[in-house]
Design a protein around this ligand. Structure first.
Ligand code: ACM
Length: 267
């Protein structure tokens, strides 16, 4: 199965430009599963909720960005997962959508909002579910979800063999930390980050690029550069993520002892 990412620089508040860019850039590539960055329709930093609402779209595929993704997926006979700014009536979610030629496969709303995202977006309410693409089991988390190991763990316990991770990373630790997320859950992980700078909400942020694909042993299979637009694609065997045995004595899931994980903060 050929999987990977498109690392690029979404143009601020220009969803039609962004979907056209994605379509043109992917034109000559072949893949089975491609991951795009977080908020790939809208860009990241927005000062006004009204402005962001006006360029966001529902998760049902009726808007230009997701319908464009479905058309691109049909052209490539592939699955595509992308972050997007979702409008649900007057609410905004930092979401991701998985599509193929037939339409929507999965919809995820970011669980762990980062910093001033809390000024614009609602906390996600979808939880972490798993869907199938080309017989592989796929689970989505978005950017800062990496800081909460429960995100990747929940996806893996729900059967994910590949974690797909649309991102707009600004902290320096994620790419390294995802090695541990892959290793401790024995899953592939595809982080699709963006590049460039944005200003808004009194901030200027630089995004860190270095999108990557990790195997279930945490090996770095491919990594993009820090500031460039780049496609990264590699052949993988998702069935290698099924067996959780580390050695003859240890199975990463069977050895878990949840009754010892209860703590003063558990509900
Ligand atoms: C982030 O969650 N976009 C840093």
């Amino acid at each position: 199965m050929k999987v990977g990412f498109l690392q690029f620089e979404p143009k601020h508040a220009e969803p039609e430009f962004n979907i056209n860019f994605i379509r043109a850039y992917l034109k000559t590539s072949t893949f089975d599963l491609l991951v795009l960055p977080e908020l790939a329709n809208s860009g990241y930093l927005h000062d006004q909720k009204d402005e962001l609402l006006s360029i966001s779209e529902p998760a049902d595929g009726s808007g230009p960005f997701i319908s464009g993704l479905i058309a691109i997926a049909a052209e490539h006979k592939a699955c595509i997962v992308s972050g997007f700014s979702e409008k649900d009536e007057q609410k905004l979610y930092n979401s991701a959508i998985a599509v193929d030629a037939n339409g929507i496969l999965n919809h995820y709303r970011k669980t762990h909002l980062f910093y001033k995202e809390k000024n614009l977006f609602e906390t996600g309410d979808t939880g972490f579910s798993v869907f199938t693409c080309n017989a592989a089991k796929i689970g989505i988390m978005i950017c800062f979800d990496w800081f909460f190991p429960e995100s990747a763990r929940t996806l893996a316990l729900n059967g994910a063999e590949i974690i797909v991770h649309p991102s707009n990373l600004v902290l320096p630790w994620c790419q390294q930390s995802m090695v541990t997320r892959s290793l401790e859950n024995r899953v592939y992980a595809i982080t699709a980050n963006r590049v460039g700078f944005e200003k808004g909400q009194g901030e200027e942020l630089e995004f860190t690029g270095a999108s990557q694909v990790l195997d279930p042993q945490g090996n770095l299979l491919i990594q993009a550069g820090y500031g460039n637009i780049q496609i990264g694609l590699i052949d993988i065997d998702p069935s290698k993520a099924v067996n959780k045995k580390l050695n003859a004595y240890n199975d990463l899931f069977d050895d878990r002892l949840p009754h010892f994980y209860k703590n003063k903060r558990s509900t």
